[in-house]
Write a protein of this length. Structure first.
Length: 453
């Protein structure tokens, strides 16, 4: 709605009132009432002065509003002397500009909502008190709320404990560790990945944005892959064992000439390499399907020294100094010795394999506290060539090689670090890499119960 042209109503009001008072003065003089005429004149002056003052204040206020609406310099006083019609025009222009800005903001909001609604990931936005402010169609399909969730607390809408815990972590700490959970969707269960962030708002308020990604198809494909690898490797192991056994017997035949012995040696070496790959694949598959660590009282110093001693001969062949340092705090602990052995043995083997002759490899073990939890920290360091930064994110992938040419020269299956990672994860721990161009340190951090006496 626009403004109507205004012709200074206060001026007309002053004019009409002045006419009325002038008429009153003339009437009083005609009756000879000079005192009444004087009073009327004085009253006319007072009323006129009051109206003029009010008009000035109103004009100044309208000028201020016009400046504010147009975003002009507040010190500019030129509008205060403009006519009311000019001020009204300026206010009308400002109103139209604000209306255009409002329509543009609404269009941008609708565009953003349309994009969020069409995305394949579920978007859930929680306000103060975990009240649902927005969720798109994908989130509705995955969560299957029985009632309209908008404006309600998340606890009223869903019953998935892990999702509620994730939302609480997000709102309380501002971050939450990404995780997966199984959500019932109709008659089936879907594997859903959770990630999120807390978004600061006005007046110290914030919103939590949770992203739900349906990983069911990926989980199914991963299951098919691991089952296929497990079945194939088991089927290949028996005939390969026969080939390797007969090749080793043939290699010992004293009647072979040099060419035959060389060919037999190649068969044995490649069969052993293939056997090592199959054994690692079987072990990796077992770890991927593991139910959890089997905890038992373990003499950790004895376990670590046993692993180091098993590789001492390999280190001596390359004149590598191999040593182990164990802090006094490390003694008998409750952990899974098989998982620790698998992880550490692969790290020590890799360190010796990739360290040049005359180098060194060191194994260190100590207890540390992290976020109130006690961890067994085992670090394997070497002075080898190191791992470039652009390879470090992928170093724990199956069959990943930093330098394929050198990897073929030193041998190995490319599965060792994947086995290390899965052994740590299965134990509830993690493995970290630190390498700055020369030398590398792989650190295992494994949760443990209180040290045993």
């Amino acid at each position: 709605m626009g403004f109507s042209p205004v012709r200074d109503p206060y001026g007309r009001r002053v004019f009409l009132l002045s006419l009325a008072l002038a008429a009153a003065v003339a009437f009083a003089r005609s009756l000879g009432l000079w005192w009444a005429a004087g009073a009327a004149l004085a009253g006319s002056a007072l009323v006129s002065s009051s109206l003029v003052a009010n008009l000035a204040r109103v004009r100044a206020r309208i000028a201020q509003l016009a400046r504010d609406a147009a975003g002009e310099d507040p010190e500019d006083r030129s509008l205060e002397t403009a006519s009311l019609e000019t001020l009204a025009d300026r206010l009308e222009l400002a109103r139209r500009s604000l209306a255009d800005a409002h329509r543009k903001a609404e269009k941008e909001r609708d565009d953003v909502l349309g994009i969020l609604e069409a995305t394949s990931e579920g978007i859930l936005v929680l306000g103060e008190g975990h009240r649902v402010e927005m969720l798109n169609a994908t989130a509705r399909n995955l969560l299957s709320p029985s009632i309209d969730p908008l404006g309600r607390r998340l606890e009223e809408v869903i019953r998935q404990r892990e999702l509620l815990e994730f939302a609480s972590e997000l709102s309380g700490e501002g971050r939450a560790k990404a995780r997966t959970l199984d959500l019932p969707v109709g008659s089936e269960k879907r594997v859903v990945g959770l990630s999120g962030a807390r978004v600061p708002g006005d007046s110290n308020q914030s919103r939590s944005v949770i992203v739900l990604r349906d990983l069911s198809e990926l989980a199914h494909l991963e299951s098919v892959r691991t089952d296929f690898v497990a079945n194939v490797t088991h089927e290949m192991r028996s005939p390969l064992s026969s080939i390797l056994g007969y090749a080793e017997l043939l290699e010992e035949d004293p009647g072979l000439d040099s060419a035959q012995r060389d060919a037999t040696g190649r068969i044995v070496r490649n069969a052993r390499r293939l056997d090592a790959i199959i054994r690692d694949l079987i072990e990796l598959s077992r770890l991927e399907h593991g139910a959890g660590p089997v905890l038992s009282e373990t003499d950790v110093p004895e376990l670590l020294r046993g692993i180091v001693d098993a590789y001492r001969e390999s280190a001596e062949r390359k004149q590598i100094a191999l040593e182990v340092r164990i802090f006094k705090s490390v003694g008998r602990l409750r952990l899974d010795p098989d998982l620790v052995h698998q992880a550490l043995a692969n790290l020590v083997e890799n360190a010796i394999k990739y360290t040049n002759e005359g180098g060194w490899v060191q194994v260190r073990a100590k207890l540390v506290t992290e976020d109130g939890a006690q961890l067994l920290e085992i670090a394997v360091s070497d002075d080898g060539p190191g791992i470039p930064a652009d390879h470090q994110m992928r170093i724990f992938e199956r069959f990943y090689r930093v330098d394929s040419g050198r990897a073929r020269a030193v041998g190995g299956t490319g599965l060792g670090l994947a086995i290390v990672k899965h052994a740590c994860v299965l134990h509830g721990g993690r493995v970290e890499l630190e390498s700055s161009g020369e030398g590398s340190t792989f650190t295992l951090r494994i949760p443990i119960e209180s040290p045993l006496a």
